[in-house]
Design a protein around this ligand. Structure first.
Ligand code: BDR
Ligand code: CA
Length: 310
């Protein structure tokens, strides 16, 4: 039986690869996409969500628009420098054919979890605002989800939006804090592993050779993401694979090693958005999160390439 997942996302170039990989995996049953601000504004993210489900005929999968900004933080630092103004690498994509679900994302999350108690894995790939709102609206969802597997945070690796913070957590640290302190099972796929997963130009040659709609879309949008990684990290055409790594974890958790530790989020000041793992349980006041700390990077890239090309 396939695993029911609900993806909360800010597509986004790496979100696009993650969503396409999930849609193409028979092991996963994508119940819907909920969208949030982050890599671009929430309207663009919602349109991109629709485009992605339509790309290979998954128009029946609902896409619900969510939060346009963080719960408390006043500034909105969109990731357009990384993902383009349209979130699709400045490729100016044509409008989607379908319509958004009329339900706001947080309500969609609550209703979907309640419809399938104990069965839904929540997969956040962007700022955690919609999840925070859903928890606030219906705290009982914490006991009704199967688990939460998210891309965000960093324990040992440096940040990617500040010296300490990972972008998804930084965009809404208060929402992230709600997620890490709620009484549910959370797995954190953060920069500790995603910055070790490098996609190189030779991997892209394989990916693009498939010549199907998914690989062609990635071929169009990824140059913008590569340019950013060149300028920022000097990676010579290679790039870090963030969001798709979560899909790899769902399909093949044995490729990752994890530790158990309660995670706290700094919500104010210069270190805002930093995730702290209380490894020795010195504060000890909340459930442990499963934190991914090492990964078989080559196998993750091979798995995600295989899914897009077959
Ligand atoms: C995260 O931030 C966004 O740029 C990516 O889509 C990913 O979710 C990486 O820090
Ligand atoms: Ca994302």
């Amino acid at each position: 039986m396939s695993q029911k997942i609900l993806i909360d996302t800010d597509p986004g170039i790496d979100d696009s690869w993650a969503i396409l990989a999930a849609l193409r995996s028979p092991e996963l049953d994508v119940l819907g996409l909920t969208t949030v601000f982050g890599n671009t504004d929430v309207d663009n993210c919602a349109l991109n969500g629709l485009r992605l489900v339509e790309l290979e005929g998954n128009d029946h999968i609902p896409v619900a628009r969510g939060a346009g900004g963080p719960l408390v933080r006043s500034s909105l630092d969109l990731g357009t420098m990384v993902h383009g103004l349209d979130g699709m690498g400045n490729t100016n994509p044509s409008p989607p054919k379908g319509e958004l679900d009329p339900m706001p994302a947080a309500q969609f999350i609550v209703d979907t979890i309640k419809k399938y108690p104990g069965e839904v894995t929540l997969v956040p790939l962007g700022p955690l605002t919609n999840i925070g709102l859903a928890l606030h609206q219906a705290p009982e969802i914490a006991s009704l989800v199967e688990e939460v597997v998210l891309m965000g945070g960093s324990v040992f690796a440096p940040g990617n939006i500040s010296p300490l913070a990972e972008a998804n957590v930084f965009h809404d640290p208060h929402a992230a804090e709600l997620v890490f302190r709620a009484d549910w099972d959370v797995t954190m796929i953060g920069l500790d592993v995603t910055t070790k997963i490098l996609v190189r130009p030779a991997d892209l040659d394989l990916l693009y050779a498939a010549n199907n709609p998914a690989s062609q879309l990635l071929r169009e949008i990824q140059p913008c993401y590569q340019d950013f990684h060149d300028q920022f990290y000097g990676l010579a055409g290679a790039f870090h694979l963030h969001d798709p790594s979560v899909i790899a974890y769902l399909l093949a958790p044995e490729l990752f090693s994890c530790i158990q530790a309660p995670v706290h989020v700094v919500t104010e000041g210069r270190c805002e958005g930093k995730t702290i793992a209380d490894i020795h349980r010195i504060w000890g006041e909340r459930n442990s999160t499963t934190v991914a700390t090492s990964v078989d990077s080559k196998s993750v890239v091979e798995l995600l390439t295989y899914i897009i090309t077959h």
